[in-house]
Structure formats: C-alpha cells, structure tokens
Design a protein around this ligand. Structure first.
Ligand code: NDP
Length: 324
C-alpha cells in the first residue's frame, strides 16, 4: 500500500542576493527616526508634520494615507488639511501661511499634483524653507546643488541612504541618471555628484540612450515608461536603481515582462493591472550586479525619508531638544 500525501505548494524561490532591499532599509530608517522623535517628544516638543491635500485625486489620497500612517507610527503629530479642488490659489497660500506661523508644525508637505489653476511653483515657494519636508523649495534646491545641508527630496535621499547602508562605494563611479525632473532626476544627480560620482543626466532628447546607459557603473532610471530600460542598456555588473512606478494593463505586456511569473499573472487577473518599474525585469537583473525590484525597492524609501526629514527639521528648529 502506498501512503497518500497531500500535494504541497512549491516553496517560493529564495530571494535574489543581488536585490537591493529598499523595504528593509526603509524599516530601519523609520525605526531610527521614531527613536529620535521619541527623544524630541521627551524633551517637550513632539515633531509635527502637516500635509495639505487639495482635490480628490485617488492616487494622491492613497499616498497621503501612507504618509499619515508612517508619521503616526514614528510618533510624529500629523495633521492632514483636506481642501476641495475648487479652492483658490489665494486660499491655499493663506493656509500655508498659517502653517508657516504655527510653532507646533515642523514639516509641511503639499501633495502634488495640485488642481489646474493653482501654480505649483508659487505654492512650493510659499512654504517656509525651514519647514520644507519634501525639500522642493528653491532655497533648499540651491543648498543641495551647493552641497550644503538641506532637506533633500525624499526619493533621491532614500536612494542615497540605501546605497550607503548597502555598503556601495560611490566615489569615482560613472553614474547615469535617466530623467531630469525637479523631484527625482536633478536632485539625484546633485547627490551623486556630491558623492564623487561622474554624473550624466539623460532625458527624452538624449541621443543613443542605450549607449549612454551602457557607460554607467550606476544606472538610475526615473522615467515613467514601463520596461523602457532593457538588458541592452545595462553594462555587465552595473548597479541598477529603478525609480519608475508604472501600471501595465495589457496581458501581452505582463507575459513579456514577467514570463512564467504565476504571482504576477494572478495579480493581473485579479486587479486588471500590475505595477512595474522602468526596467525590464526579464532582462535587467541578469546583467546587473545589484538592482532594486519594483515593488519593494525605491518606493518604501520615499516615505521613510519623509519621516526622517520631518524629524531632522524638528531637530534643526529646536537643537537643544534634539541633542542625543
Ligand atoms: P517626470 O515625468 O517628471 O520626468 C520623467 C523624465 O523622464 C523626464 O526628464 C523625461 O525627459 C524623461 N523621459 C521620458 N521619456 C523618456 C524616454 N523615452 N527616454 C529618455 N528619457 C525619457 O517623472 P518623475 O521624475 O516625477 O518620475 C519618474 C518615475 O518615477 C515615474 O514612474 C514616477 O511614478 C516614479 N516615481 C517614483 C517614486 C517612488 O517613490 N518610487 C517617487 C517619484 C516618482 P524630458 O525632461 O526630456 O521630458
């Protein structure tokens, strides 16, 4: 008689040792920020973050919920001011002025995009640079370019922190950043330059993008085009950081980018789309020496650095209480 055994699900494959684990690094950053927030709170000032959300963009609402939760978990006093899309620029400027004057508020974040009719530039410039949790104020951009201490935009700041904690020596590396936005590409390039990389910024007008990317020891893709960066763009052994967050909603794209990935296929069947980065996951990882996955790479670092920035702003405004 043969014993009957229940069929067991195959064990998940072990994690790829090449993966730069943003989730793990983000958790450590958040733990450390929480410890510093507790110190400030014990000294009489709980760090405070105010988030402004205008309109009803569903993606923005999700991002803001994530920020609220992270702030509260870190012991930061968080408030979100929610306003209708009909709000005028003048009304928003008045709200920001109130937060600038409120001594309990250390960090202010205006969730982007703003509704049409409100100038993003004017609004970001209205935030007190000493309370600029996102590091988007031109004053802080200038300080960043000069290599002076300043709140740094959260996504590139998080990438630098991850590279540092993963022990990646940057000095002398050839770095290529694809994307030149004020939020990711430009500050990323400034930070890599300050870390002594030789930096190239590529964009939609760059000639021979694959060739430029193949020169990189460190390639940062911040484009917003699913799977644009294929293995052909990657020098053997390069480090690849994928900032992109794109939704693909065609079955043929899921099959092309994730061949044989049953979990993604199931997610696609359930949700009608799956998240992916700017790098082609079927060809880039095998060429790279280290790489960030999507999800679980750069995404979690962004919120972690918002928390860290807020605590640092609180410390800067009250140096005596922040002293360890
Ligand atoms: P933007 O749209 O502001 O900038 C995109 C950049 O990519 C531009 O500089 C553009 O060039 C360049 N680009 C577009 N198409 C091409 C192309 N075919 N070849 C070369 N370059 C190209 O995007 P963001 O910087 O705000 O974001 C980039 C990506 O990162 C998005 O997917 C976004 O969702 C994601 N993101 C993820 C975050 C995270 O936490 N993980 C946080 C922030 C963003 P040009 O200037 O010439 O138009």
């Amino acid at each position: 008689m043969t014993a009957m055994t229940a069929p067991t699900a195959p064990a998940p494959p072990p994690p790829d040792p090449k993966i730069l684990d943003g989730k793990k690094v983000a958790a450590a950053i958040r733990r450390e920020a929480a410890a510093e927030a507790a110190l400030l709170t014990a000294g009489g000032h709980q760090p405070g973050l105010s988030v402004i959300l205008v309109g009803d963009d569903p993606a923005s609402a999700v991002y803001v919920r994530g920020k609220e939760t992270a702030a509260r978990e870190a012991g930061i006093r968080e408030q979100t001011l929610r306003f209708p899309a009909t709000m005028t620029e003048g009304e928003l400027l008045t709200a920001i002025d109130g937060l600038n004057r409120d001594d309990a508020v250390d960090g202010i974040l205006v969730q982007l995009p703003l509704p049409k009719g409100i100038s993003t530039q004017r609004i970001l410039e209205a935030v007190d640079p000493r309370k600029d949790a996102d590091g988007f104020h031109p004053f802080n951009t200038g300080r960043l370019v000069q290599g002076k201490p300043a709140p740094v935009p959260c996504t590139p700041a998080g990438i630098m922190e991850m590279l540092r904690r993963e022990g990646i020596a940057l000095a002398g590396l050839r770095a290529v950043v694809v994307g030149r936005s004020d939020i990711v590409g430009k500050p990323m390039a400034s930070l890599l330059l300050a870390a002594h990389c030789t930096v190239t910024i590529a964009h939609s007008r760059t000639r021979d993008l694959p060739g430029v990317c193949r020169e990189a020891d460190l390639l940062v893709a911040a484009i917003g085009r699913a799977g644009l960066v294929t293995g052909d763009y990657v020098k053997e052994g390069a480090i690849v950081v994928d900032v992109g967050m794109n939704r693909i909603d065609r079955a043929e794209d899921v099959a092309r980018f994730f061949p044989g990935d049953a979990a993604r296929e199931a997610a696609f069947r359930k949700n009608g789309s799956v998240l992916m980065g700017d790098c082609d996951p079927s060809t880039v990882p095998s060429r790279a020496s280290r790489y960030t996955p999507v999800p679980g790479g750069v995404g979690p670092l962004t919120i972690a650095m918002l928390i860290s920035n807020t605590v640092n702003l609180a410390k800067a405004r009250r140096p005596a209480q922040g002293a360890a």
